[in-house]
Ligand binder design. Structure first.
Ligand code: SF4
Length: 595
């Protein structure tokens, strides 16, 4: 039996993999281990047989019909690892020499380990010489990330899963939690059933959580901002705001208050359909509670005004001082198992590990020292959507895609397909065939979570171990092995001085390097995770207990900023094709591919 972490969602449940003859024949949940304490949903319990599925990619593949347009049906032949990696290194090095590193883009992976994502961004920055690395969190929680960054300077979920069971008051909005984060929903339901917590659901759909709600505000689709603004209006008019918190920790209060003047509950009722009196009750419940938290999902962020939705929620939390204490906070529920860790590990175009900015000279110098490079690219790279546009315009010549499927996750698939068809070279590294792989020049078969070691970071920044339980299928290799091998071949072809690292014997070596360059990870070691089950980052030293909830003293941007918002829903109204009961199926709802 091998203890590991579920590969499906951001809850990060601990699982015991029972193995016989290199097959996972059973999955159980340890009762003593956080965050799930014996609970698993159907995905974690019964969904790991894909690891030995006959459709797994088992050997490197090279496209044969390269004289035909990329849109033609691909013809493949099997290749050895040496042949495939040499081809990839030759082609990428050629593109760097001819067009520069900024003509290449890499896609990090929200389902691969932290160590693998760290290595991919290191390859991108230290070897290819560009910051063009991004991943799917750009698409799913984009509105949450942008809004939280603007208001407080951090987009991490602020409070821990362990606090959920003891909540006093909480709001769930834009999240069908029982479907998308089943174990979290159990904790939230327990808070209501066992502790009498008050739950407000703000959602156009009758999701299961409404059965547990004290109050359900059923707004018309796309009218979230009006409801949240009206709640803030009530808090101000009834003097329920937290004066001490506002004075000590925020800015922009007076302009914000002025902007709320016309956002009356009666106006919001007209706009959203939610009775004005229910808006008042929800506002009073949230503002007068000793501790109140907000949890949200894709219903808030996957919207043309997702950033405004997030800012409206954050404004209310700042107004009431409901952040920086246990049982409070701003909590975007993460979708894929390691979407938090992929961002934390530097899989973003503007930051290295733990959000250290690439345009900060001192930080850049410290990474250059560790990677034995005279310099690193100083300007932020392009985002996923800009990379797709860049492929179409010709600015981007090659994609290196690790475990992502832009031709499923991009918002405009016809546009993305057209763009990818224009690329000179596409490399994909994955465990199964997918839409993007069908366009690739080279396919590199990688390992599933059960075939490798490493760490995942769950939704509440809890870093946990992934442990090898079965042998890799076919010739597949862990992503970290593939990237390290490719990096050495690329350095050779580009005439670069070999950078420090790349000859790792185990993902633990990579984590040690991540600790050296990341003050927030310094107190987290594999030994400590083995002993304690996991550690919440930030954890600056080995004696630090970790940080289950954030912002107790300040925000990363200093003071929390109130943003004045102008309500407008013209851009996204329900219509016949997408009525208000339409339920999106995306990477973070039920369509999550495992890895
Ligand atoms: Fe896995 Fe998420 Fe289900 Fe837990 S709740 S078993 S992490 S899919």
């Amino acid at each position: 039996m091998v203890r590991s972490t579920c590969p499906y969602c951001g809850v990060g449940c601990q699982i015991n993999l029972h193995i016989k003859d290199e097959v996972i024949y059973r999955v159980s949940a340890p009762f003593e281990a956080a965050p799930n304490y014996g609970m698993l949903c159907v995905k974690g319990r019964f969904g790991t047989d894909y690891t030995t599925h006959p459709a797994r990619l088992r050997s490197p593949l090279i496209r044969v019909n390269t004289n035909e347009p990329r849109s033609a049906k691909a013809v493949w032949r099997e290749a050895s690892w040496d042949e495939a990696l040499d081809l990839v290194a030759d082609r990428l090095a050629g593109i760097v020499r001819e067009h520069g590193g900024d003509s290449i883009a890499t896609f990090a992976c929200a389902k691969a380990t932290n160590e693998e994502n760290y290595l991919l961004q290191k390859l991108t920055r230290a070897v290819l010489g560009t910051n063009n690395v991004d991943h799917c969190s750009r698409l799913c929680h984009a509105g949450s990330v942008a809004g939280l960054q603007l208001a407080i300077g951090s987009s991490a979920m602020s409070n821990s899963i362990a606090e959920m069971e003891h909540l006093e008051t909480f709001i769930v909005t834009g999240s069908n939690t029982t479907e998308t984060h089943p174990v979290i929903s159990n904790f939230l339901k327990r808070a209501v059933r066992q502790n009498g917590a008050k739950l407000v659901v703000i959602d156009p759909r009758k999701v299961e959580m409404t059965d547990f709600a004290t109050l359900w505000l059923r707004q018309r689709s796309g009218t979230d901002v009006a409801v949240w603004q009206a709640m803030a209006h009530v808090v101000v008019k009834e003097g329920l705001y937290n004066k001490a918190f506002i004075e000590a920790r925020t800015e922009g209060f007076s302009d914000y208050v002025e902007s709320l003047e016309s956002s009356t509950p009666e106006w919001a009722e007209e706009v959203s359909g939610v009775p004005a009196e229910d808006i008042r009750r929800a506002a009073r419940m949230y503002a007068t509670s000793e501790a109140a938290a907000v949890y949200w999902g894709m219903g808030i962020s996957q919207s043309t005004h997702g950033t405004d939705n997030t800012l409206a929620i954050t404004n209310l939390a700042l107004l009431c001082g409901q952040v920086g204490r246990p049982g409070t906070g701003l909590n975007p529920l993460r979708g894929q198992n390691n979407v938090q860790g992929c961002s934390d590990s530097g899989g973003l175009p503007n930051v290295y590990t733990a959000y250290q900015r690439v345009d900060d000279d001192d930080i850049r110098a410290s990474f250059a020292r560790e990677w034995a490079r005279p310099s690193l690219p100083p300007s932020p790279g392009l985002t996923v959507t800009e990379l797709v546009d860049g492929a179409l315009s010709g600015a981007i010549k090659a994609f290196y895609v690790m475990g992502e499927d832009p031709l499923t996750s991009e918002p405009n698939l016809a546009h993305a397909r057209h763009a990818l068809e224009e690329l000179e070279f596409i490399v994909c590294q994955d465990i199964f065939m997918n839409s993007t792989l069908e366009l690739a020049d080279v396919i590199l078969p990688s390992c599933s979570f059960a075939e490798k070691d490493g760490t995942f970071t769950n939704s509440d920044r809890w870093v946990q171990r992934v442990r090898r339980a079965i042998q890799p299928g076919g010739q597949s290799r862990p992503d970290w092995v593939i990237i390290s091998d490719l990096a050495l071949r690329l350095e050779d072809r580009l005439g670069l001085t070999p950078s420090a690292g790349w000859e790792y014997h185990h993902p633990g070596d990579i984590w040690e390097e991540m600790r050296r360059v990341t003050p927030d990870f310094r107190g987290i070691t594999y030994d400590r995770i083995d002993r304690e089950g996991g550690v919440h980052w930030p954890c600056p030293d080995i004696d630090h207990p970790g940080t289950p909830y954030l912002f107790s003293d300040d925000f990363p941007r200093g003071r929390g900023k109130f943003w004045t918002l102008e309500y407008g829903t013209e851009s996204e109204q329900p219509d016949e094709e997408y009525p208000s009961s339409y339920r999106p199926v995306g990477c973070c709802t039920i369509g999550m591919a495992a890895r």
